[in-house]
Design a protein around this ligand. Sequence first.
Ligand SMILES: [Zn+2]
Length: 64
Amino acid sequence: MQPKCKCCNSELEKNEIALNKKLIESDLKEFLCLDCLADELCCDVQDLLIKIEEFKDSGCKLFS
Ligand SMILES: [Zn+2]
């Protein structure tokens, strides 16, 4: 089953879910899409995309 954003119900990609876990809580059950996550954290979607790249570069296995 494809996880969906708990705010706007849009479908989530693996990296979006991984970022939720990294930035909020590792055993999180409900996730936010990048738009809603950016709102929640008061930052830009672009900042989150950069974060994803950083986690990928650091070799984190949650990201692909
Ligand atoms: Zn959303």
